[in-house]
Design a protein around this ligand. Structure first.
Ligand code: CP
Ligand code: NVA
Length: 319
């Protein structure tokens, strides 16, 4: 049984397959979820993730069921394992947004249905799929030379950096001292063959980059740290001056929600280099590609996903 808790739960070939499938028009998507339910469990708020997943499930012929934060009661009302086993009675795929990443691992360990990470404190792999799809559309995966992430070494950065490593895209992170990635994360990226450099200098990161990416400085669950984070990250705002150091034709990306005047200046996020709405829409297309892959493996076996679905993606990419 396959799960998607981080981007490298896919092989590099499978990641490319998902991106190819995501590039197909919704109406060309195979109805692999016909008659299937997909549980969408949220411990944290969401706009993009909930809506993109619901529509992607619908486009594949399935039925999404949204479960509100107050309904979940993860490890309070019942254990994460019992929640997973219960949801698997009704659904073929379980997608979950949590604080503690370990909850996802425990649900996946039950092996009752594929588990998708809809964001945890550690990782946001569905976002990274949409980000890579946007890069492929706007620049080309064979042409991009480097991605710069300016800000916190958070869940969004980690999944993006892992995805870049898998596709052979060098990345640079500019982050203040004390907010950088763990050695384990850098080792994981290096083990994938990825070139990921870390600096405390935003200008050095942005210089010559094809993509300048940022995210909020205070993630969900870190609200108590907001004042100190605002102070630490102040010099890391993506400004027009910072963007002017990037490569000709460089684009600006942000997973959203954004705070204009904090991590990004309004002139950048609302300016000509910004591709944030294309990126937001790509959440739905990437979710469709991922669900098609997981539904193929869960409902028809890994062999089917590796042959029939690969064929479907290739046909779609060619048409
Ligand atoms: N980018 C993203 O995951 O947005 P939501 O928190 O609104 O789902
Ligand atoms: N890093 C942010 C991403 C929100 C989509 C958070 O975890 O709150």
């Amino acid at each position: 049984m396959r799960h998607f808790l981080e981007v490298d739960d896919l092989s590099a070939d499978e990641l490319q397959w998902v991106l190819d499938m995501s590039s197909r028009a919704p109406e060309a998507a195979p109805p692999v979820l016909q008659g299937s339910g997909v549980a969408l469990v949220f411990e944290k708020p969401s706009n993009r993730t909930r809506n993109s997943m619901e529509m992607a499930v619908h486009q594949l012929g399935g039925h999404p069921v949204y479960i509100r934060p107050e309904e979940v009661g993860m490890d309070v009302r019942e254990t994460a394992e019992d929640i997973a086993r219960t949801l698997a009675c009704f659904h073929d795929i379980i997608a979950v947004r949590v604080f503690r990443h370990n909850l996802l691992e425990r649900m996946a360990a039950c092996a009752v249905a594929p588990v998708i990470n809809l964001l945890s404190d550690d990782a946001h792999p569905c976002q990274a799929l949409a980000d890579l799809l946007t890069v492929s559309q706007c620049i080309g995966l064979d042409r991009i030379e480097r991605v710069a992430f300016v800000g916190d070494a958070n869940n969004v950065w980690r999944s993006l950096a892992i995805g870049c490593a898998m596709l052979g895209i060098p990345s640079t992170l500019a982050v203040p001292d004390g907010y950088g990635p763990s050695g384990a994360t850098l080792d994981r990226i290096a083990a994938l063959g990825g070139e990921c450099t870390v600096t405390d200098d935003p200008a050095a990161a942005a210089a010559g980059a094809d993509v300048v990416y940022t995210d909020v400085w205070t993630s969900m669950g870190q609200e108590d740290e907001q004042a100190e984070r605002l102070a630490a990250f102040g010099p890391y705002q993506v400004t027009p001056e910072l963007m002017s150091l990037a490569a000709d034709g460089a684009i600006f990306l942000h997973d959203l929600p954004a705070h204009r005047g904090e991590e990004v200046a309004a002139e950048v996020i609302d300016g000509p280099a910004s591709r944030i709405w294309q990126q937001a829409e790509n959440r739905m297309h990437a979710a469709r590609g991922l669900l098609a892959f997981l539904a193929g493996t869960a409902l028809h076996g890994a062999a089917s996903a590796g042959s029939a679905l690969h064929g479907a993606a290739s046909a779609g990419a060619a048409s």
